[in-house]
Design a protein around this ligand. Structure first.
Ligand SMILES: C[S@@+](CC[C@H](N)C(=O)[O-])C[C@H]1O[C@@H](n2cnc3c(N)ncnc32)[C@H](O)[C@@H]1O
Length: 556
């Protein structure tokens, strides 16, 4: 590949030829390019690291990339339990089902067998954990516990001796240590005290604060092969910045390696980004996490638009002019205003109202008969792309799953179409969620046609035409619903066809790998703590922020 001039990666002379894989290295001739390959192949990735005062270090595409391309794959340099988890074995990470079956003779932490306590993974930390003579660390029940939070910090600290190269790399990573100290988040503080006061881990409190900060800022939560809640540090992947409109997908394999692919076509020089939070969270939840866990404010196109790309995803209707929606023009925590009449409401009221509706969903949406009126009722207060509507729609699909009446099938079809439109906006391209939704939509559409034929609503030619339309639709790049939500969008350019999307999702599901969920970046523990401080604690067993095993968006 030729282009602007640089210095040859082998001899340093002026060179125009560039590596076709990454575009990052120049060569003066083919011979030098071939010679360099043995060394370069390890680092040949279509990514480039850059830095800015506002965004820190981040990765951009070093050449134009098509959708579905692998841009980075990496194994964790250190891996361990998430901040809150069910008890698991520190030797192999398997779930512990009987606390007393086997305890490590050195440190008293529950393990699955004597072989596990001798494994390398545990051997080094065992000596330090054994200093906890009063046994304040080991879990005392089989429930979810925060006691494992410090295990990964300890494993990171032990790298200073065990692998100085990785330790040096860890020390270059963002920690937000000063902000975290100031924040005095209770679990952070308790963890640092445990490692420096209960145990003598050999490190001063400053280093432990910093290492835990590095962990919270950079860890990716994954699901182990048996569904274990784990997290790991992947130094290159940790350089990816966040956007609520991600252009990447992340998946894991059974060895906890991660694979980053492009979800959409990406231009050379564009930032490579994924979402640290689940895209279905409302604006205030996302912004809270960015400010309190990651210490930045998101300026993506979605957060910067008070209508969230025309969806009014977090806005209620204006009480005075119900065709309009209140908007957070002065920031998410300031009063929200109607752009038409200027009517204002406090942001807390807006959040509380939405949460009240979400709490009602399971109670008021428990039978197929209730679903339609409930969903219609919601639209009196919110837009039909609002997060309350999306949450209710996903719950409704679970309720409607076993109802084979034509009315229920048509309702499912309408809900899947609408959800596809919203997912297309917030998670565009080749994402498993879109693929699974499209698959479900096509199945439901087929069942609608079959039922209509069986009930005599469709003649044989009309039935064949309906099936042909469903197949044709799979080659269309955006559904009618998607175009309705994003009217300006140019049809299909650079994005995968719907058939490709389904093929992609099925491949993911059949190969048994897991998707790094949305927001897998955070430590569960941090989320839980910070959230509990603001009084809206999640179910500690929630897997929302972890790498989930294959499942459909509606949880089917
Ligand atoms: C996993 S690190 C990403 C790499 C990081 N930028 C660095 O310089 O090491 C996460 C941190 O990056 C920064 N960051 C991530 N996404 C950002 C964004 N969209 N805008 C500004 N800063 C961002 C925040 O400081 C966040 O805590």
């Amino acid at each position: 590949m030729a282009g602007e001039e640089g210095a040859c990666g082998v001899c340093g002379t002026a060179a125009k030829l560039r590596c076709g894989g990454c575009s990052n290295v120049h060569y003066c001739c083919r011979d030098h390019q071939r010679k360099h390959w043995a060394q370069h192949r390890e680092e040949c990735r279509p990514i480039k690291q850059i830095e800015s005062a506002q965004d820190g270090r981040y990765l951009v595409a070093s050449r134009d990339l098509a959708a579905g391309q692998l841009v980075l794959n990496e194994s964790p340099v250190v891996c361990g339990p998430t901040g809150t988890c069910f008890p698991l074995c520190l030797g192999c990470h398997s779930a512990i089902t009987d606390l007393e079956a086997f305890r490590c003779p050195g440190c008293f932490w529950p393990m699955c067998s004597p072989e596990c306590h001798q494994k390398d993974l545990h051997a080094k930390e065992c000596g330090i954990l054994a200093q906890d003579v009063k046994r304040v660390g080991p879990p005392t029940s089989l429930g979810v516990t925060p006691r494992y939070d410090m295990i990964l910090v300890l494993r990171c600290l032990l790298l200073r001796e065990a692998n100085p190269t990785i330790w040096d790399r860890l020390m270059t990573m963002e920690s937000h240590v000063d902000a975290r100290r100031e924040q005095q988040e209770p679990y952070h503080m308790a963890g640092v005290r445990f490692l420096t006061e209960v145990l003598n881990c050999g490190f001063d409190a400053d280093t432990v604060h910093r290492v835990r900060g590095i962990m919270i800022t950079n860890c990716i939560n994954i699901r182990g092969p048996k569904g274990e809640h784990l997290r790991g540090i992947y130094p290159n992947i940790a350089l990816l910045n966040h956007s609520c409109l991600p252009n990447l997908t992340i998946r894991s394999d059974v060895n906890n390696a991660l694979y980053i692919r492009t979800a959409v076509a990406i231009k050379k020089g564009d930032p490579l980004v994924f979402s640290y939070t689940p895209p279905e969270e409302p604006l205030w939840e996302r912004q809270f996490d960015f400010q309190n866990v990651y210490f930045f404010s998101c300026k993506c196109r979605r957060c910067g638009d008070p209508t969230e790309l025309g969806t009014h995803y977090s806005s209620p209707r204006c009480p005075k002019c119900p065709e309009k929606f209140l908007e957070p023009r002065d920031g998410v925590d300031a009063p929200w205003k109607c752009p038409e009449c200027g009517e204002k409401r406090e942001s807390q009221e807006i959040k509380d109202e939405a949460e009240r509706h979400v709490k009602d969903i399971d109670e008021r949406c428990s039978s197929a008969g209730e679903v339609e009126s409930f969903l219609t009722g919601i639209t009196r207060t919110f837009h039909d792309s609002h997060y309350v509507w999306v949450t209710a729609a996903q719950a409704s699909l679970r309720v409607l799953k076993n109802d084979t009446s034509l009315a229920a099938l048509k309702l499912q079809q309408e809900i899947w179409r609408r959800l596809m439109g919203i997912y297309q906006l917030f998670e565009p391209g080749l994402t498993r969620r879109r693929g699974v939704s499209l698959f479900q939509l096509s199945m439901v559409e087929t069942r609608v046609a079959q039922t209509q034929r069986a009930e005599g609503e469709l003649t044989p030619p009309a039935y064949i035409a309906a099936l042909a339309r469903i197949l044709r639709q799979l080659d269309d790049r955006h559904s009618a619903a998607e175009r309705r939500l994003a009217p300006g969008r140019r049809r299909g350019r650079g994005s995968p066809s719907r058939r490709e999307l389904i093929r992609y999702s099925l491949r993911c599901i059949m190969s048994g790998d897991s998707e790094v969920g949305i927001g897998g970046h955070a430590s569960e523990c941090a989320w839980l703590r910070v959230r509990s401080q603001r009084g809206s604690e999640r179910d500690p067993g929630s897997t929302t922020h972890t790498v989930l095993p294959p499942r459909s968006p509606a949880g089917n």
